[in-house]
Design a protein around this ligand. Structure first.
Ligand code: PLP
Length: 326
């Protein structure tokens, strides 16, 4: 067995296509993009793939109420609220303060989807989480907690299966991809790609661009990715075990901090919109694509390489950041 049971929430496979116009700036390379901004669930994004597994687990455990948490512009919270709606479950979102003055982007959609919203301050995250779980239980509900970004052992299967999907797409077109580049933040996209690479014997170099700085040197993003990849492998009784060498994370583009828009993101959002008609997002994919272009300029990738940028979604956040991205 190499897969868990999942409940369908998105439309797969997502498109895979060339970045035809941008490619003319880089004649020594072949550039592709994988469109997980088009997963189909309430404006799409990478969390849809993980939620297919997490919601199946919630249903298997007879849960009737979903709890998850994130920033007010969390794409994960939006997709979780949409999945809950689709499956007839109640959804509670714990959003990190400060509470925004304006109601737009993902936060607007959370409300439109009917999610119950609660606020917490970073340092009281755990206690607020527990308080909400106990409160819902006291009301007779069966809550199921999805961690930040859906990045645990179960969520990992979303991108493990995505690797099988891309393998099939590449087999059909005869293309070969040398590098996969994407935004890595809570780790579940990255862990899934690594697990899928091992499960399906793929040889792509998987390069995560780190979106936030590590806070705890004892529990870095790399540590978390290793941990959940290995836990996911043991869920399916696989003897796959990964270590530091399997997790490539590039750390030079997160100095400004999470959600802070710099010239890098601004320039990259504009470039992809004007050259390709593609909307990235200011927090994740804009930063990661900007990092990718910087790596190109530094000849990080050998000439002749074929590189796939995996678009993880997030465009709704552009509305919130409007005055900073233009
Ligand atoms: C959550 C998110 C990511 C990061 O994915 P992780 O699995 O949390 O590392 C990247 N891009 C977008 C748009 C996201 O919403």
């Amino acid at each position: 067995m190499i897969d868990l049971k999942y409940c369908p929430l998105g439309f797969f496979p997502t498109p895979l296509h060339k970045l035809g116009n941008l490619n003319s700036n880089f004649p020594d390379y072949k550039l592709f993009i994988k469109r997980d901004d088009q997963t189909g669930l309430a404006l799409g994004g990478n969390k849809t793939r993980k939620l297919e597994y997490l919601f199946q687990d919630a249903l298997d455990k007879d849960s009737d109420t979903i709890i998850t948490l994130g920033a007010p512009q969390s794409n994960h919270c939006r997709q979780t609220a949409a999945a809950a709606t689709k499956l007839g479950l109640e959804c509670h979102l714990l959003l990190r303060e400060p509470k925004p003055m304006d109601i737009n982007g993902n936060y607007l959609m959370d409300k439109m989807l009917g999610a119950y919203i609660h606020w917490f301050q970073q340092e009281e995250m755990k206690s607020k989480e527990e308080e909400l779980i106990n409160h819902l239980k006291a009301e007779g509900k069966k809550p199921y907690l999805i961690p930040i970004g859906g990045s645990n052992d179960i969520g990992t299967f979303g991108y493990a299966r995505a690797m099988k999907e891309i393998k099939q797409q590449l087999d059909e077109t005869g293309e070969k991809i040398d590098y996969i580049v994407f935004a890595s933040c809570s780790g579940g996209t990255h862990s899934g790609m690594i697990l899928g690479k091992k499960l399906f014997n793929l040889d792509h170099n998987i390069i995560g661009i780190s979106i936030t700085k590590d806070i705890d040197p004892e529990n870095t993003l790399q540590d978390h990715i290793i941990k959940i990849t290995n836990e996911a492998a043991s869920l399916i009784n696989s003897n796959i075990k990964v270590n530091k060498n399997d997790v490539v994370l590039i750390d030079g583009y997160n100095d400004a901090g999470y959600g802070v828009v710099t010239d890098l993101e601004k320039h990259t959002l504009s470039l992809l919109a004007k050259k390709e008609g593609i909307f990235l997002d200011p927090v994740y994919s804009g930063r990661a694509f900007g990092g990718f272009l910087d790596l190109m300029s530094k000849n990080y990738f050998p000439k002749g390489s074929t590189i796939l940028f995996w678009h993880t979604g997030g465009a709704p956040a552009n509305f919130h950041y409007a005055d900073q991205i233009l």
